[in-house]
Write a protein that binds this ligand. Structure first.
Ligand code: FAD
Ligand code: SIN
Length: 478
């Protein structure tokens, strides 16, 4: 049975409401914004429970400059994002270049307000800040303790939406068609309990990416990655629904491989893996192959993954997997206490002593400890060490270790959109009545998304989509 979490809708033209496809952070942000305009909204989600992949987010949300950042000015977020986006950004020209610039500007300029909106208005603790790969500053916000950031943010927004009489959330309701009449999107068809239902109104797509669609869209756009495990739910991408009403697609072959998914020794062949949060490296953790460091762990994901797949030992499994160890000292581990308790409980990380790890590992870690203590420069160019504290490594010093391997994690490509979140056709023309936000969109991140910037784009563009759809609704239906 489809599930509806709802109070009766207020008598505001009940035959139309704004329809949001997807209940991850992009959809919930859009819905929250719509409620501030007192507009009825129905969220549809094919899953049994709301929250999408947003629920799993583990390292946090970027914001700069914010009052939670300490010890430095931060005016380099735009530049870091462009550097990470690489050739799809720098090689673009004309309208496409201008559009990409506006997208990056909108998300980086809006980052401070997004963090303050979540912390000050939605009541989510985001006071702890870490530096993730490819960032020149610490700007990824999470809570001091308690739930990981995705669950904390999604939980807070959901709670407020469930109490709001303008909001209806329908789970187990899969959108199968976007309805277009006379060049305007006018609603959707969805299937619940084997029954097809039509809903009419302006539509916001917040249906996420396709990194879990290993046999479908990943195989179609990047057959070379089809054998990788993924951190995403194994569901189909919904971009084709937007294509069918004229939405253009961009950067579809740009699929992010995160360097550290946990390789559970008890279930090596699992195709959906728990993520080893990038914050584990941000707080000081290192990567070892055969007992040796081999990369600046805080380079971009694209770079770190390239070095892993180019130099670490490949495992003899049916999936494409490599043999890499993630290692933390007590300082780094204690900065992520609630994450670590979960990983230890799951058996994905274990607590041990260097005596058990062998002399080669002890020597490598002593070299890294010398770098952290300022006794020498890092041969790989790493400059930030989070909360690593171990200075003299002894055979009875404590280490936390887990096996990790690269995993499909995020799709940079998606439907063409602009900074007003209007879905665009191939030639850049907006499609009336249709907006998109979050991972379903393409063109913002280029060839590599920075850690922490997806939750951010969901909040920034989700809220913009909510405002845009509200203005449209008020013009057409009130
Ligand atoms: P989602 O949250 O994926 O939600 C999309 C929803 O749409 C889903 O619930 C889905 O069921 C629904 N849907 C799809 N198609 C249909 C359809 N046809 N009909 C009805 N419903 C449909 N990013 C960060 O910035 N920081 C982090 O720390 C971070 N950690 C992560 C950790 C993990 C393990 C994973 C997997 C991702 C992480 N990310 C992180 C990435 C980030 O969480 C996602 O990219 C982002 O949350 C996507 O949000 P979204 O709202 O666009 O989509
Ligand atoms: C992670 O915790 O490593 C994921 C962060 C992200 O995808 O932004």
């Amino acid at each position: 049975m489809s599930t509806s979490t709802t109070c009766p809708l207020p008598p505001l033209n009940p035959s139309h409401r704004v329809i949001i496809v997807g209940t991850g952070l992009a959809g919930l942000s859009a819905a929250t914004q719509l409620t501030t305009h007192s507009i009825p909204v129905t969220l549809l989600d094919r899953a049994e429970r709301p929250g999408g992949n947003s629920m799993k987010a583990s390292s946090g949300i970027n914001g700069a400059p914010t009052r939670f950042q300490t010890g430095h000015e931060d005016d380099s977020f735009y530049a870091d994002t462009v550097r990470s986006a690489g050739s799809p950004f720098t090689n673009a020209s004309g309208d496409e270049r201008a559009r990409r610039e506006r997208l990056v500007q909108t998300v980086t300029d809006g980052s401070k307000d997004a963090v303050y909106w979540l912390s000050d208005e939605m009541g989510v603790d985001l006071s702890k800040v870490a530096q993730l790969g490819g960032h020149s500053r610490a700007r990824t916000h999470r809570g001091v303790s308690g739930k990981p950031p995705g669950a904390a943010i999604v939980g807070a927004l959901l709670q407020k939406l469930k109490e709001n009489p303008f909001v209806e959330i329908r789970t187990k309701s899969r959108v199968t068609k976007v309805l277009k009449e006379a060049e305007e999107v006018v609603g959707v068809e969805y299937v619940a309990d084997d029954q097809t239902t039509t809903l009419r109104g302006p539509v916001i797509f917040a249906s996420g990416g396709f990194a879990g669609d290993i046999r479908g869209m990943v195989s179609q756009y990047r057959p070379d990655l089809a054998g990788f495990p993924s951190t995403n739910e194994a569901r189909e991408g919904s971009q084709p629904l937007l294509e069918s009403v004229g939405g253009g697609l961009i950067d579809m072959d740009r699929i992010q491989v995160h360097p550290t998914g946990f390789l559970d020794e008890k279930d090596k062949e699992a195709s959906v893996k728990f993520l080893a949060a990038e914050a584990l490296r941000g707080e000081g953790g290192i990567l070892l192959s055969n007992g040796k460091r081999f990369v600046n762990e805080l380079e971009t994901r694209e770079h770190v993954t390239g070095v892993v797949t180019g130099s670490a030992a490949k495992l003899d499994t049916s999936l494409q997997q490599w043999d890499v160890t993630l290692l933390l000292d007590e300082g780094a581990a204690s900065a992520l206490d609630s994450h670590m308790q979960f990983y230890l409980w799951k058996g994905l990380i274990r607590k041990t002593k260097f005596a058990e790890l062998g002399q080669e590992t002890l020597d490598s870690v002593q070299e890294y400890a010398n770098v952290v203590a300022g006794r020498k420069d890092d041969p790989f160019g790493r400059k930030a060490f989070g909360n690593w504290t171990l200075s003299e490594v002894q055979s009875d010093s404590v280490a936390y270790v887990g096996k990790v391997t690269p995993v499909l994690h995020f799709t940079m490509g998606g439907v063409l959109f602009n900074e007003r979140t209007q879905v665009l056709g191939e030639q850049g023309e907006p499609i009336t009545g249709l907006w998109a936000a979050g991972e379903v969109t393409g063109g913002l991140h280029g060839q590599n998304r920075l850690g922490g910037s997806s939750l951010l784009e969901c909040a920034v563009f989700g809220r913009i989509a909510g405002n845009e759809a509200a203005a449209f609704y008020q013009q057409h239906y009130v």
